[in-house]
Design a protein around this ligand. Structure first.
Ligand SMILES: [Zn+2]
Length: 137
């Protein structure tokens, strides 16, 4: 455990702020993927593998949502009927037509793409890595 972090006594998840409000536990990606088509499952598994190869990060799955978190959340997903909606939290704006939306807040720029296949995923993998690095800064 990282001594700079606060650990929830119930679920053992770690947070930067003491007594951070959260839903305890991390859920199961199998529940999130239930009844989804093979292509969507394939995209999801590829994202999960890519991220797990970067580093040991926390994966939290709930309802149709999955988020990946180091010190903070750097990617979150919504599992749709025929696509995985990927939100990537970056420190700069990327101009790429794959992103259907870019939302700026105080600390980051969230880039949203709907990914339906592995070829599309390849385009955003370097940015997933960049978001992970940014989340550690
Ligand atoms: Zn907890």
């Amino acid at each position: 455990m990282n001594p700079a972090m606060w650990q929830c006594p119930k679920c053992a998840r770690e947070f930067t702020r003491k007594n951070q409000r959260h839903a305890c536990g991390t859920g199961h990606s199998a529940d999130v993927l239930r009844d989804r088509p093979q292509a969507v499952i394939e995209v999801y598994r590829a994202i999960e593998n890519f991220i797990n190869n970067l580093a040991k990060v926390e994966t939290v799955a709930r309802d149709r949502y999955v988020l990946f978190r180091s010190r903070r959340i750097f990617v979150d997903l919504s599992i749709m009927q025929n696509a995985v909606r990927v939100a990537i939290h970056l420190g700069r704006r990327i101009d790429n037509p794959i992103f259907i939306k870019v939302v700026a807040d105080r600390k980051q720029l969230t880039h949203v793409a709907k990914i339906t296949n592995l070829a599309e995923l390849k385009h955003i993998e370097p940015l997933i890595k960049e978001a992970w690095q940014f989340s550690l800064a």
